[in-house]
Structure formats: structure tokens, C-alpha cells
Design a protein around this ligand. Sequence first.
Ligand SMILES: Nc1ncnc2c1ncn2[C@@H]1O[C@H](COP(=O)(O)OP(=O)(O)OP(=O)(O)O)[C@@H](O)[C@H]1O
Ligand SMILES: [Mg+2]
Length: 490
Amino acid sequence: MAIEKIIVLDDQPVIRKHLTEIFQRKNLLVAQADGLAKAKELVDKDDFDLICADVRLPDGDGSDMLEYCQLKSTPPLVAIMTAYASVESAVECMKKGAFDYIIKPFSDDQVDVLLKKAADFHQLVKVNQHLNQGSHSDTDQEILGNSPPIQKLNDLIRKVARTQATVLIQGESGTGKELVARSIFRNSTRSRQPFITVNCAAIPENLVESEFFGHEKGSFTGAVSRREGRFELAHNGTILLDEISEISPVVQSKLLRVLQERELERVGGSRTIKVDTRVIATTNRDLEQSVEKKEFRQDLFFRLNVVPIYVPTLRERKSDIALLAETFMQRYAKKHGCPVCGFAKSSLEALGKHSWPGNIRELQNVVERAVILTPEGGYIEPELLGLPHSQVPLGQIHIPLTRKSQASEVSPSAVVEMPIRGDSPMVSSPTASTLDKNDQILPLDELEKQHILSTLQAFEQNRTRTAKHLGISIRTLRNKLNEYQKSAEC
Ligand SMILES: Nc1ncnc2c1ncn2[C@@H]1O[C@H](COP(=O)(O)OP(=O)(O)OP(=O)(O)O)[C@@H](O)[C@H]1O
Ligand SMILES: [Mg+2]
């Protein structure tokens, strides 16, 4: 991500002039400041990427800019120029947050090195900010399965990963398309560079362009500062365009240009920015059909479909179900602190018979819920899977409150004793039903909410004891209760 705007901060006019000329020859925008006051004024007015600051200035110390800039939402990088090649002053500045220092007098080459370092650093900061914003899923898992379709898929991933080719991953929802994309990235030569994802379906229509290509300050209402788009963040790395079928015709044509020319302009900007980004796209719609229906540009489809990868449904790889279920069981038992013994034989049969319209994501959810509902050390029984034909026909499946539930702590009105089928011990506890009033399986969130509220009731609204009993912090409990209250108010 290139450096575009620079402040040269030095009280000596010759140094300012010399450095400004070097930067201008490289087509950079340069502002000059002869002291801290002027530099601060510039920083207040505009977004700069880099400040080259002298250490000793008439009105203070160049490294003071470091502290001052931290107040900005996107602080510029500060490089310290020092004529006093003392290690101490450089170390002091680095401690305060300078990203580099250069010793005066410097050559063109030294400035080039500085700019390259600053560009890399700048990109790292932006990518980091981007990654910290989003919810980043657990999709760095390995691709599990030994079935022939999965072996074929893994072979193809290995082959294509080594190339720079654009890849279009197609498959039903929940089959693991994102996982495949990440696996290609991890096995590619770009694996140490950024991997940036864009969920095309999740971005509001009016913001898509700016998300993809970035915008200049003031280019539309709300564009309070310059922002790099995801293609720029992914420069030298890989971009995942998730659910590509969802982008509008306008963005389709702009995307085509990036794929063809590898260059773009930010919204409201006139400068052409070169990007070297590998593109991986996913879709759970049949893109060829979308092309036939004129919903998707054919030329863009061809650009994306250089290497098509089809991710098989779980129905096509039923022999993997037991392995996947077993792995998820272990993962969730550990995550939730719910040790279970394994699947009852009839449960494995039920898993094998189900058609899995939601594919692996559905299997994951089914196993997670079953692990939570299974009594400690017990086998997962088919009715806890909540699959058609394996449900308990009516009402109440009862959940043990915690592993080490002390019935004596629970008020008698909340205790309902019910035997749990299978090898599990009998457990007494407050209960929550896994089914709603229409006998539909409750989502996990709702089940958790019921469980928390009934436990709170059992402890007569005593939050400290409730939290302790549930094995969560009081803060978590408080947050959850606030959330419930908020959604009740909506
Ligand atoms: N072969 C696999 N081994 C292990 N986990 C898998 C496998 N395939 C998918 N998963 C898991 O299933 C979940 C769904 O996968 P992913 O998000 O990649 O699916 P998707 O095809 O992108 O779905 P969607 O179309 O809904 O976005 C993820 O949590 C992923 O880790
Ligand atoms: Mg996906």
C-alpha cells in the first residue's frame, strides 16, 4: 500500500527542500513544516501517511509528533531524521513509536528503502485494523474427510494453490467453500501476505464500491477520511470474494476492470492504483445460470472461472460423516467443558440417514447442541440430535445444569427429575426444553437464554451464585441479561 502524502518537518530550509524534491520526483504529495506548531496544524487538517521529522526543532522535539499523532484515528507513521547518529536518540524515538529512523544526510536509495518499509508497515497496520473489526470465523481448520470426492478436492487444492490463477469455488451452502479458499491461500506462495475476505452479500449495496476499492476523503457524506479498499489491503496477497453472485451490475463492471487491468481508482479519486492481488471467489448459486438469466456478466464469469472448483455436498460423501461427527464432538466437548463418551450406535445411524441440506455447518450445529445436552460422561443419544425421525416425539428433554450440579443449592420448585435415556446417570436440575411450543428445535442461543433465566430463577435472582453455578463470570452473565433485555425492548 503506497505512501501518498508526506510531511517534511525540519527547521533547516535546505533539508526540507532536498527531501521535498526527492519525494516529488516520486510523485508524492509533500507538505513542509519548519516546526512542531506547523506540523500539528497540517496533521489536524488532513490525513498524512508519513512524517519525516527532525529530532531537534526550535519549538520542541520531533518525537513529540508521535504522541500528538496518536490522537488521530489513522495516525501517520513517523520516521525520525537525525544528524546525530546517536543510538540513544534513535532508540528513544523507536520506544515512543517511531517506525524507523534515518541518518542525515541521506541518498535517494535510502529514501526508497524508507518508503518501501513505510508502505509495508502501513499495509500491515491497515490489514490489522481490518482484521480486528470483523468476526473472524474458525475457518482455518483443516479439511477433514477421506472419501474419494474429498481426496480429489485436496489434490486440486494442492495443484491450484501453487499457481496465481483466479479460482471460482462453487458448492451448496455449508459445504466448506471458505475453508477451501483458506486452504488454497495457506498452501500458496502468498501465504505470508494478507488474506482479505469480502462477504459480498453482507455489505450494504451503497457501500460495496467503497469497500472494494476504497474512497477519498469527502467523496460522499460520511467519507470523513481517506480509506483503502479491500483490494488495496490485499495487495501482494489474496482476496476472497465470498458470495460473488450478489454484487450489482455496476460493481461487476468495476470488478472486471480490476481483474483485467489489475488497477483501480478509489471512489472520488482520480489516481490509478495498481494492485497485485490473487482473487478467489465463492458462490452457492449456479453462476452459469445467473449468466443465462443476465443477472451476472458473462465476461466477468469467464474471468473468475479460470479454475473452477466444486465442493461436494455431505450427501455425496456420506462415508465422511462419522469422522466429521467424531471430530466435532471432541472439539465441542472441549470448548464447552462437556465431556461425553461418544455417539450411541443408533445416533451414528441417524446421522448417516439424514440428508444434510445444510451440509457440514448443519452437522457441526447438530453435534454441538447434542454435546451440550448430553449428560456428563454419557453417550450422545439420537433424540438429542434433533434430526427428523430421531426426535423424542413430545416435549421435554432435560438438561443437566452443570457438570458438578449441587442439587442442594437449587430451590426445590425448580427441580424436576426426569430420567435421561441411554447410559447416562439420572440428573436433577432446572430444565429447559429443546423444543418450542410448535415442537420445533430451538436455536442454541434461545436454549442458552432459557437455561440462564431458569437458573437465575432457581437461585432467586442471585447473580453471583447463578454465574458461579453456570461456570461463567458475573460480567458475562450481566452482558447476556442486558442483551436479553435489549432484544425484549426492540
Ligand atoms: N471438510 C471439512 N472439515 C472440517 N470442517 C469443515 C469442512 N467443511 C466445512 N467445515 C466447517 O463447516 C463450516 C462451514 O464451512 P464454510 O463456511 O467454509 O462453508 P461455505 O460453503 O462457505 O458456506 P456458505 O455458502 O453458507 O458460506 C465451517 O465452520 C467449517 O469449518
Ligand atoms: Mg461461505
